[in-house]
Design a protein around this ligand. Structure first.
Ligand code: NAP
Length: 323
């Protein structure tokens, strides 16, 4: 996590409504890039961090594909730099979370943990949350061996056996990260081919601590006080086995955090906010950027780009309005 000390005290914690030209919901790469551009356009944007300061990127141990950092950069460190740069130009970052929006008229009304905002423009960058397997035992043993965040919990598995579920970039990247601690990392994938990029696949295949179980799904998470084993099913043969493990990390994709906008903004069938090439949503003055609106790329660099585009468009919108 990055420096909470840099986050200003919520200015509307007295319950009063604060009117701003731009409110940004979310503090990941999209939100903080939007704030940077809006601040430089002198809109004095306010960013509500949400519960995950820095967004999902801040939980990533190392980001190796954000341009400008040839040696890679820590996710939290990059988030801190984004925040610093946005604040330098006048953005305010508030440790606060929106839980209700009224987009039926402008200014838009946003109710938060600490009060209420009225916003002339809104940039939604609320990101996405990790998917669950939805199998028996998963909820009960979360935090007792089951995790969705390697950077947060990897350390607890020093010299222990760890299982990763998933075959995408996240599963492989996070699995490789956990090899720092774990005695072995077993990647369980439902097919016999990984979805992850070739460079990550190669690293995992060549790593002495990493092994794979193919064509297999987890059907039950077993343990009383803590995780003890998994019930596995081979999807080709139907064979069921019990696999003992100390840790289970689940990386099987994400669901966009759009609950609060249902019925107010147009969304795809999968729940992503629909935007056009200018990051405009179905409501004039509301923009969306980053993973909340992007089922395709979901990279720090693409999210940052979408955030910048949203802020530029919002600036033009306000300029056109004021004549
Ligand atoms: P993803 O690419 O959607 O991969 C999800 C994986 O989970 C897939 O292998 C999928 O299997 C598997 N899966 C889905 N539902 C499952 C279930 N119920 N049970 C078992 N397995 C299940 O998600 P991601 O890895 O989080 O990546 C998301 C995006 O972020 C991608 O665009 C990725 O490139 C990007 N990303 C990039 C980096 C990087 O560039 N370094 C790092 C992390 C993420 P199938 O393959 O069979 O569908």
């Amino acid at each position: 996590m990055f420096n909470l000390g840099n986050v200003s005290t919520p200015s509307n914690s007295n319950g009063n409504s604060k009117h701003v030209k731009m409110l940004v919901l979310g503090s990941g790469p999209a939100g903080l890039s939007a704030a940077l551009y809006a601040a430089r356009a002198e809109l004095a944007p306010v960013v509500l961090t949400g519960t995950q300061l820095g967004g999902q990127a801040a939980l990533t141990f190392a980001i190796e594909n954000y341009p400008g950092f040839p040696e890679g950069v820590g996710g939290a460190q990059l988030g801190e730099l984004f925040q610093k740069q946005a604040e330098h130009f006048g953005a305010a970052v508030e440790f606060d979370t929106a839980h209700e929006v009224d987009l039926s008229q402008r200014p838009f009304k946003v109710t938060t943990d600490n009060g209420e905002y009225k916003a002339d423009t809104l940039v939604v960058t609320t990101g996405a949350s990790p998917n669950h397997l939805n199998v028996p035992g998963e909820v009960e043993l979360t935090g007792r061996g089951v995790s969705y965040c390697a950077t947060c919990d990897g350390w607890f598995f020093k010299d222990k056996k760890v299982v990763i579920v998933g075959g995408g970039d996240s599963a492989i990247e996070e699995g490789l990260f956990i090899t720092r601690y774990a005695s072995s990392v077993t990647i369980i994938h439902r097919r016999e081919e990984l979805r992850a990029s070739p460079i990550l696949q190669k690293r995992a295949m060549e790593h002495p601590k990493v092994n794979f179980i193919w064509n297999t799904v987890v059907t039950e998470v077993i343990g009383t006080e803590k995780l003890e084993a998994l019930k596995l099913k081979n999807v080709k043969t139907g064979e069921e086995t019990i696999y003992e493990t100390d840790g289970l990390f689940i990386f099987i994709g994400h669901t966009p955090n759009t609950q609060m906008f249902k019925g107010q903004l147009e969304m795809s069938g999968l729940g992503y906010i629909t935007v056009n090439d200018k990051m405009e949503t179905s409501v004039a003055g509301v923009y969306a950027a980053g993973e909340v609106a992007d089922p395709h790329f979901r990279q720090v660099v693409t999210s940052a780009g979408m955030g910048a585009a949203a802020a530029i468009q919002a600036t033009r919108f306000l300029e056109a309005e004021s004549g």
